[in-house]
Design a protein around this ligand. Structure first.
Ligand code: HMG
Ligand code: MG
Length: 298
Protein backbone atom coordinates (compact mmCIF):
# COMPACT_ATOMS: atom_id res chain seq x y z
CA UNK A 1 0.00 0.00 0.00
CA UNK A 2 1.52 3.34 -1.00
CA UNK A 3 -0.03 5.93 1.22
CA UNK A 4 1.14 8.05 4.09
CA UNK A 5 -2.19 9.19 5.45
CA UNK A 6 -5.57 7.75 6.46
CA UNK A 7 -8.49 9.60 8.07
CA UNK A 8 -10.34 7.83 10.85
CA UNK A 9 -14.03 8.63 11.33
CA UNK A 10 -14.73 7.91 14.99
CA UNK A 11 -18.29 6.60 15.36
CA UNK A 12 -18.23 5.28 18.94
CA UNK A 13 -20.37 8.03 20.46
CA UNK A 14 -23.11 7.28 17.91
CA UNK A 15 -22.88 3.79 16.36
CA UNK A 16 -21.30 2.42 19.54
CA UNK A 17 -23.55 3.94 22.17
CA UNK A 18 -26.79 3.52 20.18
CA UNK A 19 -26.41 -0.24 20.69
CA UNK A 20 -25.15 -0.42 24.26
CA UNK A 21 -27.52 -1.72 26.95
CA UNK A 22 -26.06 0.66 29.52
CA UNK A 23 -27.55 4.13 29.10
CA UNK A 24 -24.84 6.69 29.72
CA UNK A 25 -25.84 10.09 31.10
CA UNK A 26 -25.32 13.09 28.82
CA UNK A 27 -22.37 14.42 30.83
CA UNK A 28 -20.48 11.15 30.33
CA UNK A 29 -21.16 11.26 26.57
CA UNK A 30 -19.93 14.85 26.52
CA UNK A 31 -16.79 13.82 28.43
CA UNK A 32 -16.25 10.99 25.91
CA UNK A 33 -16.45 13.29 22.91
CA UNK A 34 -14.26 15.91 24.59
CA UNK A 35 -11.65 13.24 25.31
CA UNK A 36 -11.83 12.05 21.70
CA UNK A 37 -11.38 15.64 20.53
CA UNK A 38 -8.03 15.79 22.32
CA UNK A 39 -6.64 12.66 20.62
CA UNK A 40 -6.06 14.29 17.23
CA UNK A 41 -9.14 12.74 15.54
CA UNK A 42 -10.48 14.99 12.80
CA UNK A 43 -14.00 13.53 12.44
CA UNK A 44 -16.05 12.49 15.46
CA UNK A 45 -19.66 11.44 14.90
CA UNK A 46 -21.30 12.93 17.93
CA UNK A 47 -24.88 11.61 18.18
CA UNK A 48 -28.06 10.84 16.28
CA UNK A 49 -31.28 12.78 15.75
CA UNK A 50 -33.41 9.72 15.00
CA UNK A 51 -36.64 8.86 16.79
CA UNK A 52 -35.92 8.47 20.54
CA UNK A 53 -38.62 5.76 20.59
CA UNK A 54 -36.35 3.61 18.44
CA UNK A 55 -33.02 4.64 19.89
CA UNK A 56 -33.58 5.74 23.50
CA UNK A 57 -29.81 5.56 24.11
CA UNK A 58 -29.38 8.80 22.15
CA UNK A 59 -32.56 10.62 23.21
CA UNK A 60 -30.33 13.31 24.75
CA UNK A 61 -28.79 14.19 21.37
CA UNK A 62 -29.51 17.92 21.66
CA UNK A 63 -28.05 18.21 25.16
CA UNK A 64 -24.95 16.26 24.14
CA UNK A 65 -24.36 18.23 20.96
CA UNK A 66 -24.79 21.54 22.78
CA UNK A 67 -22.46 20.44 25.58
CA UNK A 68 -19.44 19.27 23.61
CA UNK A 69 -16.35 21.39 23.07
CA UNK A 70 -16.14 22.09 19.32
CA UNK A 71 -12.43 22.01 18.58
CA UNK A 72 -11.51 24.06 15.50
CA UNK A 73 -10.54 21.79 12.62
CA UNK A 74 -12.58 18.83 13.96
CA UNK A 75 -15.97 18.00 12.45
CA UNK A 76 -18.80 16.57 14.51
CA UNK A 77 -21.34 14.99 12.12
CA UNK A 78 -24.68 13.78 13.48
CA UNK A 79 -27.01 11.11 12.07
CA UNK A 80 -30.27 12.40 10.56
CA UNK A 81 -33.05 10.16 9.15
CA UNK A 82 -35.53 12.77 7.89
CA UNK A 83 -36.44 16.47 7.92
CA UNK A 84 -37.55 16.33 11.53
CA UNK A 85 -34.09 15.08 12.48
CA UNK A 86 -32.47 17.73 10.28
CA UNK A 87 -34.38 20.50 12.05
CA UNK A 88 -33.40 19.14 15.48
CA UNK A 89 -29.75 18.97 14.38
CA UNK A 90 -29.78 22.51 12.99
CA UNK A 91 -31.50 23.85 16.11
CA UNK A 92 -28.38 22.99 18.09
CA UNK A 93 -25.97 24.23 15.43
CA UNK A 94 -24.83 21.05 13.65
CA UNK A 95 -22.88 21.87 10.49
CA UNK A 96 -22.35 18.31 9.22
CA UNK A 97 -24.89 15.49 9.05
CA UNK A 98 -24.99 11.87 7.91
CA UNK A 99 -27.94 10.23 6.15
CA UNK A 100 -28.31 6.46 5.98
CA UNK A 101 -29.96 3.74 3.97
CA UNK A 102 -29.14 0.13 3.05
CA UNK A 103 -28.42 -2.01 0.02
CA UNK A 104 -30.96 -4.55 1.31
CA UNK A 105 -34.72 -3.88 1.21
CA UNK A 106 -35.45 -6.21 4.14
CA UNK A 107 -32.94 -4.48 6.40
CA UNK A 108 -34.24 -1.04 5.54
CA UNK A 109 -37.79 -2.05 6.40
CA UNK A 110 -36.70 -3.21 9.89
CA UNK A 111 -34.33 -0.29 10.51
CA UNK A 112 -36.27 2.69 9.21
CA UNK A 113 -39.63 1.27 8.07
CA UNK A 114 -39.10 2.30 4.47
CA UNK A 115 -37.96 0.83 1.19
CA UNK A 116 -34.61 1.94 -0.21
CA UNK A 117 -36.32 4.28 -2.66
CA UNK A 118 -38.63 5.69 0.02
CA UNK A 119 -35.68 6.37 2.31
CA UNK A 120 -33.90 8.21 -0.50
CA UNK A 121 -37.07 10.23 -1.20
CA UNK A 122 -37.00 11.30 2.46
CA UNK A 123 -33.41 12.48 2.13
CA UNK A 124 -34.04 14.65 -0.89
CA UNK A 125 -35.52 17.60 1.06
CA UNK A 126 -32.86 17.10 3.74
CA UNK A 127 -30.10 17.26 1.13
CA UNK A 128 -31.69 20.31 -0.51
CA UNK A 129 -31.87 22.14 2.81
CA UNK A 130 -28.34 21.08 3.69
CA UNK A 131 -27.04 22.45 0.42
CA UNK A 132 -28.83 25.77 0.95
CA UNK A 133 -27.53 25.95 4.54
CA UNK A 134 -23.94 25.03 3.65
CA UNK A 135 -24.17 21.83 5.73
CA UNK A 136 -21.91 18.95 4.66
CA UNK A 137 -23.59 15.56 4.20
CA UNK A 138 -22.05 12.13 4.56
CA UNK A 139 -24.00 9.08 3.35
CA UNK A 140 -24.07 5.53 4.70
CA UNK A 141 -24.97 2.38 2.81
CA UNK A 142 -25.60 -0.51 5.23
CA UNK A 143 -25.50 -4.27 4.65
CA UNK A 144 -22.96 -4.03 1.82
CA UNK A 145 -21.58 -7.52 2.44
CA UNK A 146 -24.60 -9.33 3.82
CA UNK A 147 -28.00 -8.84 5.41
CA UNK A 148 -29.43 -10.62 8.48
CA UNK A 149 -32.72 -11.21 6.61
CA UNK A 150 -31.88 -11.39 2.94
CA UNK A 151 -28.46 -13.10 3.25
CA UNK A 152 -26.29 -12.24 0.26
CA UNK A 153 -26.56 -8.71 -1.09
CA UNK A 154 -25.79 -8.29 -4.81
CA UNK A 155 -22.87 -5.92 -5.42
CA UNK A 156 -24.97 -4.17 -8.09
CA UNK A 157 -27.41 -3.06 -5.37
CA UNK A 158 -24.55 -1.57 -3.32
CA UNK A 159 -23.25 0.29 -6.38
CA UNK A 160 -26.71 1.64 -7.26
CA UNK A 161 -27.42 2.98 -3.77
CA UNK A 162 -23.91 4.42 -3.28
CA UNK A 163 -24.08 6.18 -6.64
CA UNK A 164 -27.48 7.66 -5.81
CA UNK A 165 -26.24 9.08 -2.48
CA UNK A 166 -23.23 10.59 -4.20
CA UNK A 167 -25.33 12.08 -7.01
CA UNK A 168 -27.65 13.60 -4.43
CA UNK A 169 -24.75 15.51 -2.90
CA UNK A 170 -23.10 13.32 -0.24
CA UNK A 171 -19.43 14.31 -0.25
CA UNK A 172 -18.48 10.90 1.11
CA UNK A 173 -20.25 7.53 1.07
CA UNK A 174 -19.44 5.06 3.82
CA UNK A 175 -19.87 1.40 2.89
CA UNK A 176 -21.07 -0.52 5.95
CA UNK A 177 -20.67 -4.19 6.72
CA UNK A 178 -23.36 -3.72 9.35
CA UNK A 179 -23.32 -7.28 10.69
CA UNK A 180 -19.62 -7.98 10.17
CA UNK A 181 -19.92 -11.03 7.90
CA UNK A 182 -17.57 -9.90 5.11
CA UNK A 183 -14.20 -11.39 4.25
CA UNK A 184 -11.26 -9.61 2.55
CA UNK A 185 -11.65 -10.74 -1.06
CA UNK A 186 -15.39 -9.96 -1.02
CA UNK A 187 -14.79 -6.60 0.66
CA UNK A 188 -12.20 -5.68 -1.91
CA UNK A 189 -14.39 -6.76 -4.85
CA UNK A 190 -17.33 -4.75 -3.49
CA UNK A 191 -15.17 -1.64 -3.07
CA UNK A 192 -13.67 -2.12 -6.52
CA UNK A 193 -17.15 -2.27 -8.06
CA UNK A 194 -18.32 0.90 -6.28
CA UNK A 195 -15.09 2.68 -7.22
CA UNK A 196 -15.89 2.12 -10.90
CA UNK A 197 -18.77 4.59 -10.48
CA UNK A 198 -17.61 6.94 -7.68
CA UNK A 199 -14.19 8.44 -7.04
CA UNK A 200 -12.37 6.31 -4.47
CA UNK A 201 -11.56 9.55 -2.61
CA UNK A 202 -15.31 9.88 -1.91
CA UNK A 203 -15.54 6.43 -0.29
CA UNK A 204 -15.08 5.20 3.28
CA UNK A 205 -15.30 1.71 4.76
CA UNK A 206 -17.23 0.81 7.90
CA UNK A 207 -16.64 -2.65 9.32
CA UNK A 208 -18.21 -4.32 12.30
CA UNK A 209 -16.06 -7.09 13.76
CA UNK A 210 -18.57 -9.87 14.43
CA UNK A 211 -16.51 -12.58 12.72
CA UNK A 212 -13.11 -11.07 13.55
CA UNK A 213 -12.52 -10.06 9.93
CA UNK A 214 -12.58 -6.29 10.26
CA UNK A 215 -8.83 -5.52 10.26
CA UNK A 216 -8.22 -7.94 7.39
CA UNK A 217 -11.08 -6.34 5.46
CA UNK A 218 -9.73 -2.84 6.12
CA UNK A 219 -6.29 -3.85 4.91
CA UNK A 220 -7.76 -5.30 1.71
CA UNK A 221 -9.70 -2.08 1.12
CA UNK A 222 -6.62 0.10 1.83
CA UNK A 223 -4.84 -1.93 -0.83
CA UNK A 224 -7.73 -1.14 -3.17
CA UNK A 225 -7.18 2.57 -2.49
CA UNK A 226 -9.64 3.66 0.20
CA UNK A 227 -8.24 6.27 2.62
CA UNK A 228 -11.10 6.82 5.08
CA UNK A 229 -11.97 4.24 7.75
CA UNK A 230 -14.83 4.33 10.27
CA UNK A 231 -14.18 2.79 13.68
CA UNK A 232 -15.39 3.00 17.25
CA UNK A 233 -13.26 3.54 20.34
CA UNK A 234 -13.18 0.40 22.50
CA UNK A 235 -15.16 -1.42 19.77
CA UNK A 236 -18.46 -0.52 21.44
CA UNK A 237 -21.85 -1.31 19.94
CA UNK A 238 -23.69 -4.04 18.08
CA UNK A 239 -26.73 -4.29 15.86
CA UNK A 240 -30.24 -4.78 17.28
CA UNK A 241 -31.34 -6.55 14.08
CA UNK A 242 -28.54 -9.12 13.91
CA UNK A 243 -28.12 -11.63 16.73
CA UNK A 244 -24.54 -11.74 18.00
CA UNK A 245 -23.37 -8.80 15.88
CA UNK A 246 -20.61 -6.87 17.61
CA UNK A 247 -19.60 -3.25 17.48
CA UNK A 248 -17.45 -1.52 14.92
CA UNK A 249 -13.82 -2.46 14.71
CA UNK A 250 -12.01 -0.80 17.62
CA UNK A 251 -10.35 2.51 16.72
CA UNK A 252 -7.32 1.65 18.86
CA UNK A 253 -6.72 -1.53 16.82
CA UNK A 254 -7.05 0.27 13.47
CA UNK A 255 -4.71 3.06 14.56
CA UNK A 256 -2.17 0.57 15.94
CA UNK A 257 -2.18 -1.30 12.62
CA UNK A 258 -1.85 1.87 10.55
CA UNK A 259 0.95 3.34 12.66
CA UNK A 260 2.71 -0.02 12.49
CA UNK A 261 2.59 0.29 8.69
CA UNK A 262 4.06 3.80 8.81
CA UNK A 263 0.72 5.44 7.92
CA UNK A 264 -0.09 8.74 9.65
CA UNK A 265 -3.48 9.30 11.26
CA UNK A 266 -2.66 12.38 13.36
CA UNK A 267 -3.97 10.46 16.38
CA UNK A 268 -2.18 10.01 19.71
CA UNK A 269 -2.61 6.27 20.28
CA UNK A 270 -1.91 6.47 24.01
CA UNK A 271 -4.66 9.05 24.51
CA UNK A 272 -7.04 6.92 22.42
CA UNK A 273 -6.26 3.83 24.52
CA UNK A 274 -6.83 5.79 27.73
CA UNK A 275 -10.19 6.97 26.35
CA UNK A 276 -11.16 3.42 25.33
CA UNK A 277 -10.29 2.02 28.75
CA UNK A 278 -12.21 4.85 30.44
CA UNK A 279 -15.28 4.24 28.24
CA UNK A 280 -15.26 0.49 28.94
CA UNK A 281 -15.27 1.29 32.67
CA UNK A 282 -18.22 3.68 32.19
CA UNK A 283 -20.10 0.90 30.37
CA UNK A 284 -19.09 -1.69 33.00
CA UNK A 285 -17.75 -4.02 30.33
CA UNK A 286 -14.49 -5.37 29.06
CA UNK A 287 -13.06 -3.41 26.15
CA UNK A 288 -13.38 -5.07 22.74
CA UNK A 289 -10.06 -3.52 21.66
CA UNK A 290 -7.20 -6.02 21.68
CA UNK A 291 -4.70 -3.15 21.78
CA UNK A 292 -6.32 -1.55 24.82
CA UNK A 293 -6.51 -4.97 26.53
CA UNK A 294 -2.80 -5.56 25.86
CA UNK A 295 -1.72 -2.09 26.97
CA UNK A 296 -3.84 -1.94 30.12
CA UNK A 297 -3.27 -5.53 31.32
CA UNK A 298 -2.14 -5.69 34.94
P1 HMG B 1 -41.35 5.75 11.95
O1 HMG B 1 -41.63 5.36 13.36
O2 HMG B 1 -41.23 4.63 11.02
O3 HMG B 1 -42.49 6.67 11.41
O4 HMG B 1 -40.03 6.64 11.91
P2 HMG B 1 -42.83 8.21 11.47
O5 HMG B 1 -41.90 8.93 10.55
O6 HMG B 1 -44.28 8.28 11.17
O7 HMG B 1 -42.59 8.72 12.95
C1 HMG B 1 -43.20 8.12 14.10
C2 HMG B 1 -42.91 8.93 15.36
O8 HMG B 1 -41.51 9.24 15.46
C3 HMG B 1 -43.62 10.28 15.37
O9 HMG B 1 -43.88 10.58 16.74
C4 HMG B 1 -42.58 11.22 14.87
O10 HMG B 1 -42.78 12.54 15.31
C5 HMG B 1 -41.31 10.66 15.49
P3 HMG B 1 -45.33 10.35 17.38
O11 HMG B 1 -46.27 11.14 16.53
O12 HMG B 1 -45.59 8.87 17.30
O13 HMG B 1 -45.19 10.85 18.79
N1 HMG B 1 -40.09 10.98 14.72
C6 HMG B 1 -39.01 11.60 15.25
N2 HMG B 1 -38.73 12.03 16.48
C7 HMG B 1 -37.52 12.62 16.66
N3 HMG B 1 -36.60 12.74 15.69
C8 HMG B 1 -36.86 12.33 14.44
C9 HMG B 1 -38.11 11.72 14.18
N4 HMG B 1 -38.67 11.19 13.07
C10 HMG B 1 -39.87 10.75 13.42
N5 HMG B 1 -35.93 12.44 13.50
C11 HMG B 1 -37.67 6.80 11.55
C12 HMG B 1 -39.02 6.57 10.92
C13 HMG B 1 -36.60 6.66 10.50
C14 HMG B 1 -37.63 8.21 12.13
C15 HMG B 1 -37.47 5.78 12.68
O14 HMG B 1 -37.67 4.50 12.19
C16 HMG B 1 -36.08 5.85 13.30
O15 HMG B 1 -35.70 6.86 13.89
N6 HMG B 1 -35.33 4.75 13.25
C17 HMG B 1 -34.01 4.70 13.87
C18 HMG B 1 -33.14 3.84 13.06
C19 HMG B 1 -31.71 3.95 13.56
O16 HMG B 1 -31.27 4.90 14.19
N7 HMG B 1 -30.93 2.90 13.25
C20 HMG B 1 -29.57 2.87 13.58
C21 HMG B 1 -28.76 3.78 12.68
S1 HMG B 1 -28.29 3.03 11.15
C22 HMG B 1 -26.83 2.24 11.53
O17 HMG B 1 -26.47 2.16 12.66
C23 HMG B 1 -25.98 1.69 10.43
C24 HMG B 1 -24.68 2.47 10.21
O18 HMG B 1 -23.89 2.48 11.39
C25 HMG B 1 -23.86 1.84 9.06
C26 HMG B 1 -23.69 0.34 9.16
O19 HMG B 1 -23.20 -0.19 10.18
O20 HMG B 1 -24.09 -0.30 8.19
C27 HMG B 1 -25.00 3.92 9.85
MG1 MG C 1 -22.52 0.74 11.95
Amino acid sequence: MNTTEVRIVEVGARDGLQNEKTLLPADVKIALIDRLSSTGLKTIEATSFVSPKWVPQLADAAEVFRGIRKVPGVSYPVLVPNEQGYQRARDVGATEIAVFTAASEAFNQKNIHASIDESIERFIPVLERAKADGVKVRGYVSTVLGCPYQGDVPVGDVVRVARRLYELGCYEVSLGDTIGVGTPAKARAMLHAVAQELPISALAVHFHDTYGQALANILACLDEGVRVVDSSVSGTGGCPYAKGATGNVASEDVVYMLHGMGVHTGIDLDLLIATGAWLAAQLHKETASRVTKARTAV
